[in-house]
Design a binder for this molecule. Structure first.
Ligand code: DON
Length: 304
């Protein structure tokens, strides 16, 4: 399979169809990003990199960082964690307050904001400097010092973090939050404000395509069994209330972020990072989803 030709075909078809959405603006700094940007990087398990378009330009990874933070905690807490967070698709927006209230402070899954806040709370309990540890971990996964926290995006989100603050207090009210709300929010917003390009992002999740072993870190990041479980969560919960649609159209484990990024993996073959900032009404990148749908259509296989 000529991956370079494949992603170029996909890129050109998406460019000419030119589906449009709306750049996220509830984090004001994200609204400044050029909506026309579009890049794809595919990394195989030998470390070969194939790229097209804006694939080397860093962007805000936002919720994709929840895959990395979940991995860090899976490692530490093993099965104990699952008394604090469930593993069911939410079928609701990523920042739903009603769902958390209804479910008595146990978030549906680790990728909705409430679940990710529990994970970040666990990291805050574990590490003196969780932000430094998360950056170090993602750099290790990518095999280079590539992570940069965008201070403007961080400040911008912190100034508008009413919903996440409300979620954190709901969690606290249900004794599912152990640290100071401000401390955990700062760490959460910092990992969301991390910037990486499509190549480094694809490299950073390559272990999930490789039974938990990272060819960049040169070590087992999680066991094969845990890698399968994280992939199952990405497939069922990675796109919030659009997870079913993504599984139907693309058929790969993936995770989106409101910066317009999508990271996905094809088990035992490759990982992929796609970025284009314009989002649909569910908060997922319009061009990235179309690109991945075309990619699995052209490959004639996905997970299924
Ligand atoms: O907490 C938030 O709302 C953002 N920092 C991240 C949300 C996000 O990326 C949802 N993904 N599509």
């Amino acid at each position: 399979m000529d991956y370079q030709q494949l992603i170029e075909e996909v890129y050109n078809e998406v460019k000419s169809a030119n589906p449009r959405g709306k750049v996220a603006d509830y984090i004001p700094e994200l609204a400044e990003v050029d909506g026309d940007k579009f890049g794809i990087a595919l990394v195989d398990l030998e470390g070969n990199v194939f790229g097209v378009g804006d694939y080397e330009i860093p962007f805000s990874i936002q919720s994709i960082s929840k895959v990395h933070t979940l991995t860090m905690v899976a490692h530490i807490f093993q099965s104990k964690l699952w008394s604090r967070v469930n593993v069911e698709p939410s079928g609701n927006p990523f920042n739903s307050i009603a769902q958390l209230e209804f479910e008595k402070g146990i978030p549906r899954n680790p990728f909705i904001n409430a679940g990710a806040l529990v994970i970040t709370d666990a990291l805050t309990s574990k590490f003196d400097d969780p932000i430094a540890e998360i950056s170090k971990f993602i750099n290790e996964l990518s095999g280079k010092e590539c992570v940069r926290i965008n201070q403007e995006v961080l400040d911008s989100e912190l100034k508008h973090s009413e919903r996440n603050t409300a979620l954190a207090y709901f969690l606290k009210a249900h004794q599912n939050f152990n640290n100071k709300v401000e401390d955990v929010l700062k760490t959460y917003v910092s990992h969301c404000a991390m910037e990486m390009c499509c190549v480094d992002l694809a490299r950073s999740i390559s272990y999930l395509a490789n039974d938990g072993y990272s060819i960049y870190a040169k070590r087992e990041i999680v066991t094969e069994s845990y890698a399968r479980r994280i992939n199952a969560l990405m497939l069922t919960c990675g796109f919030y209330d659009e997870a079913g649609e993504f599984a139907y159209r693309v058929g790969l484990p993936g995770k989106s972020g409101v910066g317009g990024g999508v990271a996905a993996i094809m088990p035992h073959k490759f990982s992929i990072g796609v970025w284009s900032p314009e989002l649909n009404e569910k908060g997922n990148s319009v061009k990235a989803i179309m690109a991945l749908e075309l990619l699995t259509d052209k490959l004639k296989f996905s997970l299924f």
